[in-house]
Design a protein around this ligand. Structure first.
Ligand code: SAM
Length: 240
């Protein structure tokens, strides 16, 4: 059927492709992807030879129009290099436009690094705020953390190995006392999810410079220690 099919793909372990994703990727006439080499490798592994069209962060109106024209008459899949499209990846404009034009949009669930990291972190998973990549520059990074400091939820950020230490330093400075977990190379051979205080993790990664892809998970604000609350209560009692 014509329409847009958003297809999640593995974040490292090719075994994580879903049966439905394989069916859809095999059945569509066009696969919109960020990088034809990366998606080409996945398709090759699956034995699929589909037509790929590049649709990335730099895609303009013309590429979008072309895809929208196609999906009005035939099925088109959207994939990203890894994981779930639109999650810190291109696609939301395409989805918005498709819906405005009455084109059917279907999303096939599958891996997303943020969700894998939350499940492995050991930090509270009942409420979380996914905040994409932390900004590159020190001031903007700290401002972002300050903005989110009072959010009563676990915070989840995408990171890169070269920036991990700076990110942990910013967390130590702006969000003191928080528990953190660094999830690295998820679903891959050297997967790890290391919990600790920012200071412990800085020490560890100075000694063992991290490689690969990283998700930084930060526990929610710590409730006021009971000691303080008791002291307040005592004080009030004395004043009465
Ligand atoms: N759309 C993807 C998803 O659903 O996870 C995320 C795309 S984003 C451009 C890439 C970032 O996701 C990486 O910098 C890293 O923070 C995170 N990531 C992707 N794969 C990962 C993995 N296997 N292990 C840890 N983090 C990963």
């Amino acid at each position: 059927l014509p329409g847009l099919y958003i297809v999640a793909t593995p974040i490292g372990n090719l075994g994580d492709i879903t049966l439905r994703a394989v069916d859809v990727l095999r059945g569509v006439s066009t696969i919109a992807c960020e990088d034809t080499r990366v998606t080409g490798r996945l398709l090759h592994h699956l034995g699929i030879s589909g037509r790929m069209l590049r649709y990335d962060d730099h895609a303009g109106e013309a590429e979008r129009e072309r895809l929208l024209g196609l999906m009005a008459v035939e099925p088109v899949a959207l994939v990203s290099d890894a994981g779930t499209p639109l999650i810190s990846d291109p696609g939301y404009r395409l989805v918005r436009e498709a819906k405005e034009r009455g084109i059917a949009v279907t999303s096939l669930p599958g891996p997303s690094a943020a969700i894998v990291a939350i499940t492995l972190s050991g930090l509270p998973s009942d409420r979380f705020l996914f905040a994409g990549f932390l900004p590159n520059k020190a001031k903007a990074r700290e401002d972002t953390l300050r903005e989110l400091a009072a959010v009563p939820a676990t915070l989840v950020f995408y990171e890169t190995a070269p920036r991990l230490e700076a990110a942990l330093e910013a967390v130590a400075a702006v969000l003191p006392g928080r528990q953190v977990a660094v999830a690295r190379e998820l679903t891959k051979k050297f997967e790890e999810c290391r919990p600790g205080s920012p200071a412990d993790l800085i020490d560890h990664y100075r000694a063992h410079p991290p490689k690969g892809e990283i998700v930084l998970v930060i526990g929610p604000p710590v409730a006021a220690p009971t000691g303080e609350i008791d002291a307040d209560a005592l004080l009030r009692a004395e004043l009465q």
